[in-house]
Design a binder for this molecule. Structure first.
Ligand code: QAP
Ligand code: CO
Length: 170
């Protein structure tokens, strides 16, 4: 097990599109173990491989209070989305300290592979639905702030670049 460094927005590598996993082998299982450790340590409720600079379609999620309900999604897809939309104040381990409201479908049906390489399907609503959609966005190179207005994105980029510069000098 190992903690993996997390990329921070506006790093251009966050916009790479991840490739599907062909075979769920030991390399993927090691990646999943390291991603789960990294997510729990942060702590966070979801992490996509893109955020640790691995451009494969792998996601880990745990939205439980007790942190004992790890979901591993390999090649996840939304196979149905509700017309009903919900708004949630999202954050991201790749955009620390920044939270803003994003509107998305309230309910989704998800298809993915598990660690055994078997196809799974489930319905998600509430926080889990938000998290699945947020993480699939990462695999497609999209960070949640890209759902915000262009004015907000421009201001945020400027602020985060300045912060990063000050950190480097300190
Ligand atoms: C994505 O986000 C998500 O700013 C997962 O300083 C967020 O785990 C899905 C975190 C909200 C659904 C709703 C953020 C940790 C963790 C921070 C996270 C921070 C420390 C974010
Ligand atoms: Co995120």
């Amino acid at each position: 097990m190992a903690l993996l460094p997390i990329l921070h927005y506006p790093d251009p590598r966050l916009h790479k599109v991840a490739k599907p996993v062909g075979v769920v082998d030991d390399r993927i299982r090691k990646l999943v173990a390291d991603m789960a450790e990294t997510m729990y340590e942060a702590p966070g409720i979801g992490l996509a491989a893109t955020q640790v600079d691995v451009h494969r379609r792998v996601v880990v999620i745990d939205v439980s209070e007790e942190k004992n309900d790890l979901r591993i999604l390999i090649n996840p897809q939304l196979i149905a989305i509700s017309d009903e939309q919900n708004t949630y104040e999202e954050g991201c381990l790749s955009v620390p300290g920044v939270y803003d409201e994003v509107e998305r479908p309230a309910e989704v049906r998800v298809r993915a592979l598990n660690l055994a390489g078997e196809q799974i399907e489930f319905d998600a609503e509430g926080l889990l639905a938000v998290c699945v959609q947020h993480e699939i966005d990462h695999l497609n190179g999209k960070v949640f702030v890209q759902h915000l207005s262009l004015l907000k994105q421009t201001r945020l980029k400027a602020r985060l670049r300045k912060q990063e510069r000050e950190l480097v000098r300190a």
